[in-house]
Every structure is written in structure tokens, then in C-alpha cells.
Ligand binder design. Sequence first.
Ligand SMILES: Nc1ncnc2c1ncn2[C@@H]1O[C@H](COP(=O)(O)OP(=O)(O)OP(=O)(O)O)[C@@H](O)[C@H]1O
Ligand SMILES: [Mg+2]
Length: 271
Amino acid sequence: MGKVIVVTSGKGGVGKTTSTAALGAALAQRNEKVVVVDFDVGLRNLDLVMGAERRVVYDMINVIQGEAKLTQALIRDKRLETLFLLPASQTRDKDCLTAEGVERVVNELKTHFDWVICDSPAGIERGATLAMRHADIAVIVTNPEVSSVRDSDRIIGLLDAKTEKAERGERIEKHLLLTRYDVTRAERGDMLKVDDVLEILSIPLLGIIPESMDVLRASNLGAPVTLADQNSAPARAYFEAVRRLSGEVLPVTVPGEKRGLFGKIFGRRAA
Ligand SMILES: Nc1ncnc2c1ncn2[C@@H]1O[C@H](COP(=O)(O)OP(=O)(O)OP(=O)(O)O)[C@@H](O)[C@H]1O
Ligand SMILES: [Mg+2]
């Protein structure tokens, strides 16, 4: 059985879709069988970031409503054999995404894939709770600013209350992915520092993704950044995050900081 990850944040525009694509591709680059699932009904853009927008025929709601089989809706990546996308519907009513339908689709995906990565919509409403419902692991995408951290804190509360795991009395595994981090601005005090964020959220750090033009370039090319430019700083940070997801213990590097000063936080855990 595969593992289900939800990539979530509360706040919009923090890098969930970018991170879903990059983490999914990075896992597939390690030959794991991965499906990325777009839960953002109406605003879908995971297909764009994956470069698959012209290949979308059916979507998750078609599958839920019995208009297409799961295999018809899944799109195989052109570059990576083991990477697939299940697109969201662009036009349909959000209520078509039913709790029973989502459960059926996620359970079926788990039998075919090693990793099922759910790209959550922003907010704390139904779409976000449906995306997290069946997750084993949550990746909480946060930018180093107060409003993003506050929304992440609310999402952590929901993860501990509204997921299947929480209802069974189990703890959902939670990881913090700090994205769009700019060390110069953090040092100037224009942004929160890594330690400030960790102190508030108190969950283990999966990685720090730097603010980088490479992310925009990759997105314009329709390729996850780990495929578009494997040696770029954000790609390297995503590759490291994936190694941690797979259980490796690695030092977390703060991108852009001089090593040896305070650049390395070994196995950094908050609390
Ligand atoms: N590390 C980064 N450096 C620079 N730009 C980034 C980075 N990560 C994401 N972005 C940009 O930020 C914008 C929002 O990213 P993205 O769509 O992934 O966020 P999101 O959380 O999925 O948004 P939404 O809540 O609307 O679904 C995009 O233009 C993306 O290219
Ligand atoms: Mg998104």
C-alpha cells in the first residue's frame, strides 16, 4: 500500500502546487511510483506546472461520477515513466467532489502507487479538509512571514482533528517545508528567521526552499524544478526534502547562508 501525503498550508500562493510537483518528480526520479493529485477544483494549475495541460481529457470528478475510469484520467509524465497526474476539474461545481468519491479514488490510487501526493487548495474549508482526510503524512508549506505561519498553525489544528488518522486516535506525521526563503531579507529582519518559524509551529523541518527565479523559469517551461534544473538551489533543496521523507536523517542547510557560521542545523527539530 502506498503512502498518502497532503501538501497543505491554509494561506494561498505559498508554493503548495510548486512543491507537490517538485516532490512528486523528485520521488519519481528515485524510481518510486508516484501520482500527484490536484484537489484545487476550479483553479487547477498542477497540470500547468507539470506541463500536461493540453493532455487533460478526464479529471477526478469524472472518475467520481463514473464517467471515466481512473486509468483513463491518469496522465503519465512525458519525462518520467513512474510519475502520473490526476487532474482537477476546471469547470465543475466544487460539491461534485464528494467525501465518498474522494475516499474511493484515494484508496484505489494507494493500491497502484508508492506515493499519492495531494495538492490542497488554499483555505481551511471543505476542499482543504477533503485533501487532507486520508493522508498519512502532511507537508505544511509555509513562507517566512507572520500570516503564513499563523495559517499553518490553524492547518496543524485541522490535521489533528479532521483526518482519518486523528479520528482513529493516531497521530498524523507532520513536516514543515519552509519555502520562498530569502536569507538576506531574513537577516535584515524583513522576514522571519528559520528558528522563529520553528519555535511557533513546533514540527520537524523537512527542508528550506530558497526564493529563486529558477522556480519561475521551471514553471514557465512546464516542468517541476527538480527536472527543469536539477542543480539549481531549489531543486537541491527538494531532493534533500525527499530523502528526509524517505527516512534519511540529514543536516538541514539554510540556502544562501555561509556554512560554518550558523548555516547548518543538524537534524533540527523544534521541541
Ligand atoms: N521558491 C520559490 N521561489 C520563487 N517563486 C516561487 C517559489 N515557490 C513558489 N513560487 C511562486 O509563487 C507562486 C505561487 O506558487 P504556487 O502556485 O505553487 O502556490 P500555491 O500555494 O499552490 O497557491 P494556491 O494557494 O493558489 O494554490 C507561483 O508563481 C510560483 O512560481
Ligand atoms: Mg496551488
